[in-house]
Design a protein around this ligand. Structure first.
Ligand SMILES: Nc1ncnc2c1ncn2[C@@H]1O[C@H](COP(=O)(O)OP(=O)(O)O)[C@@H](O)[C@H]1O
Ligand SMILES: [Mg+2]
Length: 440
């Protein structure tokens, strides 16, 4: 017995799984037999060394022959007689009653396992999707209530389509329906998608939401593909909107400064709400802000975008063993260096967003660095104090606010509320008009 236990320990320390354990038990039984034989021989006295009796038969001390017990025969008592008919009947009866029971239990267990078994192609993805379905039932929308229209955006994993959703009140609203591209269905994509749902439902759980965060209308999780349905913003992505303003400016000379300052206030307002809810966006950028038909800026893209982006804005890293796509040029120094993300690091990204707004949607580029620096190059530049330069025609007062978002010590950066206040001070018509004059 001691030997079996010792062998079991050996197996577990070797870290072998069931197969190894089974092999080990067989070996243990064989060795136990050997040791039992030796044990019996020792207890039988000194002459037992000359007997080779089997089946625990005793040894005759006079002539070294084996004294067979009842039912044993042969020179070494190696033959054991077959049990009588009654015994056979008992064995047959026991087997006949036990085997069907085992078979029924086996069928039930197999049935349950087969039902729960994830599809072999993406087992982990399926488990993620199952838990996703369970968590959002109160936001579930019938797919029949959506009329899908055209594609409005597609990333590496995400797919956004415009649609019309019939709401319980009976009328239709325009929605942006976001799903995961079927060919990019990975565990991390599903996780990010789920995170986006979770965050949006958190923002909308106790009230009507916030005017500067895209409104959640519902989710589709009970059929494929799964969707997140948010309000459709008719002017779509801020970055593209800024490009169109740049084009307009070339012909009209009007840079729409007031409108652009309005967007910066809107996003600061949205950020303030996120800070209140202790939500870190991690991807504040002009590509993730959308503009409504009333020209209100709204923060969008909570979660999926981190692994989604096609362009070089995001970089793969292998921090913590998990490969991620990260928006390097929008990231705070501490996020690049330590992988730390906070409301303060969102403020750093907001500074880059302000820079994008001031430069009519330019791609950020650090002086003395390549267009797409790697983490080390970027860290070195930032450590040396290099920052994005003042955009052409950007008022000094605006650039000062931008720079304050890029202070190395996160606690010294302005809060979203302070930013809102500072920008708002520039908004009174007269001052805006003066500024507008100076940048035309
Ligand atoms: N609510 C919306 N209204 C209008 N367009 C949207 C909306 N949400 C997303 N889009 C468009 O789809 C694009 C991709 O959406 P986003 O949520 O950023 O997904 P991804 O995770 O792929 O970056 C956006 O850049 C924008 O052009
Ligand atoms: Mg995005």
């Amino acid at each position: 017995m001691g030997k079996i236990a010792a062998m079991s320990v050996t197996v577990s320390t070797e870290g072998r799984v069931t197969g190894g354990r089974v092999v080990c038990v067989l070996r243990a039984v064989m060795e136990t037999g050997v040791s039992t034989y030796a044990h019996l021989a020792h207890s039988g006295g000194t002459v037992a060394m000359n007997c080779n009796c089997e089946n625990n038969a005793a040894c005759d001390p006079v002539n070294d022959s084996c004294i067979c017990a009842e039912g044993q025969s042969g020179e070494f008592c190696q033959i054991v007689s077959i049990p009588d008919k009654n015994q056979v009947a008992v064995v047959v009866y026991v087997l006949a009653s036990v085997i069907p029971t085992i078979a029924i239990i086996g069928c039930i267990v197999t049935g349950i396992l087969v039902k729960q078994r994830p599809r072999p192609d993406h087992p982990a993805v399926d488990l993620e999707l199952v838990s996703l379905m369970e968590a959002f039932s109160s936001w579930e929308v019938e797919k029949e209530d959506i009329r899908f229209e055209h594609l409005i955006g597609e990333g590496e994993f995400g797919h956004v389509v415009r649609g019309r959703l019939r709401v319980p009140e009976g009328y239709e609203v325009l929605v942006a329906a976001k799903s995961i591209r079927p060919d990019r269905m990975t565990v991390s994509a599903v996780r990010d998608f789920r995170r986006e749902m979770t965050i949006l439902t958190r923002i909308y759980e106790d009230k009507d939401g916030h005017p500067n965060i895209v409104k959640l209308y519902g989710v589709v999780t009970e059929s494929e593909p799964k969707y997140i349905l948010v309000e459709y913003a008719s002017h779509e992505e801020l970055r593209r909107y800024l490009w169109s303003l740049r084009e307009q400016r070339k012909t009209t000379g009007n840079g729409k400064l007031l409108e652009r300052l309005g967007f910066t206030c809107d996003v600061a307002n949205g950020l303030s709400e996120l800070a209140r809810l202790k939500i870190v966006h991690r991807d504040i950028a002009a590509r993730n802000v959308v503009i409504s038909d009333r020209k209100v800026a709204k923060i969008a893209d909570f979660g999926l975008s981190r692994d989604v982006y096609l362009s070089s804005a995001y970089k793969r890293t292998d921090r913590g063993g998990k490969e991620e796509l990260l928006p390097l040029k929008w990231m705070a120094l501490e996020s690049l260096r330590d992988g730390v993300y906070t409301c303060e690091s969102d403020v750093w990204s907001y500074g880059v967003l302000l820079w994008e707004i001031a430069s009519f949607g330019e791609e950020p580029r650090y002086a003395g660095g390549p267009m797409h620096p790697d983490v080390c190059t970027l860290l070195e530049l930032l450590r040396k104090g290099v920052r994005l330069e003042q955009p052409e025609n950007c008022p000094k007062s605006v650039y000062r606010i931008i720079r304050s978002c890029w202070i190395v010590d996160p606690s010294k950066r302005p809060t979203p509320d302070e930013l809102l206040q500072k920008i708002d001070q520039m908004r009174p018509q007269r001052q805006a008009a003066i500024l507008a004059d100076s940048i035309r």
